[in-house]
Design a protein around this ligand. Sequence first.
Ligand SMILES: [Zn+2]
Length: 174
Amino acid sequence: MRSLLNKLLGWIAGPPPRLRCDRAVWTSGVAELARRTRGCSQESGAYLLGTRLSDGSSRILEFVYYDDVDPRALETGEVTIRQTALPRLWALCRKRGYGVVADVHVHPGSCRQSYSDHADPVMPRAGHIAMILPNFAANAPEPGRIGIYEFCGEGRWLDHSAKGSGFVRLDGRA
Ligand SMILES: [Zn+2]
């Protein structure tokens, strides 16, 4: 009976989103990414750390900014993480008990993937989600106005951008 009820509720609510994030965490993270573009003069980005939920979605709990992991990550204007900086990220994940559930970075213009975004995934692992915020993350962009791409392995990606909050849901009041 209970499983039938859950099934019915599932049909009404639709499939769970792939990612969830408290609106407060998202809003402050995106504002910080905008700040780190230093007045729209460079890209910025972050690993999104969190945990896997029982319904198969993941919850974003923390933004870890690329330039905190690697002080030279933003030097060229386009985000570049040196492999030598990654042990710092893994140590933080262990300390928190989190995993990397997605990544996000800022573009000067559109939220479409650049050649290097497409060719060099931040986490080259099938199922990894990469988000792109347009216009240097100005005006607090939310799912529906951002790029959402899933790496499928072997150079292939799925574009989930049009699904917006059906794919990346922000919980809490707007
Ligand atoms: Zn990019």
